[in-house]
Design a protein around this ligand. Sequence first.
Ligand code: PBG
Length: 315
Amino acid sequence: MRRMRATEGLRRLVRETRLAPEQLVLPLFVCPGEGVRREISSMPGNAQLSIDELVKECAEAKSLGLGGVILFGIPEHKDEQASGAYDDQGIVQRALRALKREVPGLVLITDVCNCEYTSHGHCGLVEGDDVVNDPSLEWLAKAAVSHAKAGADIVAPSDMMDGRVAAIRAALDRDGYTNTPILSYAAKFASCFYGPFREAAESTPQFGDRRSYQMDAPNAREAMREMELDLEEGADMLMVKPAMPYLDLLAKARERFDVPLAAYQVSGEFSMIHAAAQRGWIDLDRAMMESLISIRRAGADFVLTYFAKAAARAL
Ligand code: PBG
């Protein structure tokens, strides 16, 4: 077995999995204001960006050849109805219009969810202590349509309400956005690895947690059901999230489904690698590349990752 490992040339020749910049999608946080670049302490190199700064960041993403960016909004006001999520003048909608104009050709994905826009930080309408399903679908559908109208190339629902893909597909089609694809966060788990993101997006739930709608970590068969349902409802692409603790599900999904498959290397996965590297316990660049290639090897076609720019540069 060692003969083909002897030199870098030989290893390169027989490498089974490859990584390219177009397989990387960079998550970005857009906030109100001008000239704002507010560093996120738990996510080195990431910041909340005002639209003008976001445009610069996206121009760089494009010149590095990234597959696209995914936008998260930090609105001016939050309320019980998540009204900032589906406002045509909302932060993500305004960012989309600017990016379409200033950075043409870059693939713009939007995260469709309510948690950044609700005063309580949950992903849907709250009644009592409950996040109620069907009324939340209406907000999600409205948000997806307003994103498509503002220029989103792909909408990506991450809320984990039942039936959201069907509701979004129907609303997009009704309003003439029949060509806007849906990337469904189909198997999204209630994970502690979202911790740093909640600082970044200011979306920590004010009470309770997300376990009544996000998936329970031990469940693999249920994840396949979630994916099957989302495909039936009209999803064009499926996502597994987080990535590294759920590589088995990526491999299973790869065998089962022929649609494009994405994985989200989430904030906690990114921050852990940085934290260990800061202490000199692991090598940052090697950990970055090894984690990304493992996600590709498991079966992901593309990876949403805060390492997107650094990895593209290294490639
Ligand atoms: C919104 C959303 C979250 C993430 C992506 N979309 C947070 C959550 O569900 O709590 C997490 C991304 C990350 O940790 O990098 N619902």
